[in-house]
Design a protein around this ligand. Structure first.
Ligand SMILES: Cc1ncc(COP(=O)(O)O)c(C=O)c1O
Length: 388
């Protein structure tokens, strides 16, 4: 028996009796621990010590070969081997992209709202963050143009645009294909790199996602970041980066990869074994089905409990983006919500430019079954009703 450690196993705090809508992480029972254990054993058997030596910088062949085929199935274009590398997840891919293609003091354009934890990665690199307006179809190209002109007029270099065009965090919204072409064209015209965060692509509840911006890009300015965090398990810390071969080469030539070799080689080989055994597709199908039913449960309960709140029905991903009625401020309501037994993330957390109406908030439906989600929605309804 191992003595309990005072150090936690997990990043998320999930308390008994509270519906933690703030936690954008999957329910651990959805993570295939046993099958990944077997896949790891098979990888070690097949490759022996090579599986645990320093790995090829691009990631190991068995995973790269599978990923190329897989991306051809789930996106409009499969990368070639020189256009693809593994990373330690999306967060790491964004850090690598910012490291190689920006300089401290540059401007990075980010959506209002965007994934709040990406803001920290970009700030760590010394970038100045400028928020760009979005609408129901995601990032607005006219607002990108305005931000470019304003930054230039202020003597700043814009070197990066970070966007989540598919089942975005926190909005769940998806950018239509015409805009994707426009964003790729703007990047080529103005010479900035697009870091396209595509982590939710495979979690679609109806129609498949449109092609990634990266798959439509002809100018070589778009780098598409993908991850196994949402389709398999976040603790694998495994993802990928694809794009123009010269840009991928530049990332592979960075000091980090040259010193330590490829990221997470044994994990990558285990995932390759998992996929080769035919386990990947059924796992994603199960996740899609589960999250779709959780989304439906939450949306139905919100409609009853908060009839005058505004929200879209997300077509994929983890989140419902909700606007409280009567101009209620999500930051001010948070303590009362917690006392009533639920958490959420207030909308302003997702805004680098302080421009967002604070009535917005984000609810995650990834962590709980429909009964708990409905309970949380009813609690939120009671808290909101008490503020009349
Ligand atoms: C939009 C978005 N990007 C990236 C991440 C983190 O990805 P990874 O675990 O691959 O670093 C998340 C996780 O919540 C996310 O929602």
């Amino acid at each position: 028996v191992v003595a309990p450690s005072s150090v936690a196993l997990s990043q998320a705090t999930v308390r008994e009796g509270i519906v933690e809508f703030a936690v954008g992480q999957p329910d651990p029972t959805l993570l295939p621990a046993e099958a990944l254990g077997e896949a790891t054993r098979r990888a070690l058997q097949r490759f022996g010590g090579d599986a645990i030596g320093y790995g090829a910088e691009s990631g190991p062949g068995p995973l790269i070969d599978w990923l190329i085929e897989h991306l051809g199935r789930i996106d409009a274009r499969a990368p070639s081997t020189s256009e693809l590398m593994t990373t330690a997840g999306n967060s790491h891919a964004l850090d690598l992209v910012a490291n190689v293609f920006t300089r401290a003091g540059d401007v990075a354009l980010v959506e209002i709202p965007t994934y709040h934890l990406a803001l920290g990665i970009l700030r760590d690199r010394g970038l100045e963050l400028v928020g760009v307006a979005t609408d129901g179809d995601g990032l607005r190209p006219d607002a990108v143009r305005d931000a470019l002109s304003r930054s230039r007029a202020a003597g700043k270099r814009v070197s990066l645009l970070y966007t989540i065009p598919t089942f975005g965090n926190p909005t769940g919204r998806t950018m239509p294909i015409e805009r994707r072409y426009e964003i790729a064209a703007l990047a080529a015209e103005h010479g900035f790199v697009v870091a396209e965060d595509d982590v939710y692509r495979e979690l679609s509840f109806g129609e498949p996602a449109p092609p990634s911006i990266g798959a439509l890009d002809e100018g070589g300015w778009v780098l598409r970041m993908g991850s196994f965090s949402k389709s398999l398990a976040p603790g694998l810390r495994l993802g990928w980066l694809s794009g123009d071969a010269r840009r991928i080469r530049a990332v592979l030539d960075s000091g980090l990869l040259i010193s330590g070799g490829g990221l997470n080689p044994i994990t990558a080989l285990a995932v390759a074994e998992f996929a080769a055994a035919g386990a990947y597709e059924p796992n994603v199908a199960h996740l899609r089905e589960t999250y779709r039913s959780r989304r439906d449960g939450l949306i139905g309960a919100l409609r009853e409990a908060l009839p005058d709140a505004t929200f879209d029905v997300p077509a994929g991903g983890y989140f419902v983006w909700l606007r409280l009625p009567r101009g209620l401020d999500s930051r001010e309501l948070r303590a009362a919500a917690e006392a009533a037994g639920l958490t959420y993330v207030p909308g302003p957390a997702f805004d680098a430019s302080d421009a967002l109406d604070p009535s917005w908030l984000r609810l995650s439906f990834a962590r709980y079954g429909s009964d708990d989600l409905a309970l949380g929605a009813r609690r939120l309804g009671t808290v909101v009703a008490a503020r009349r």
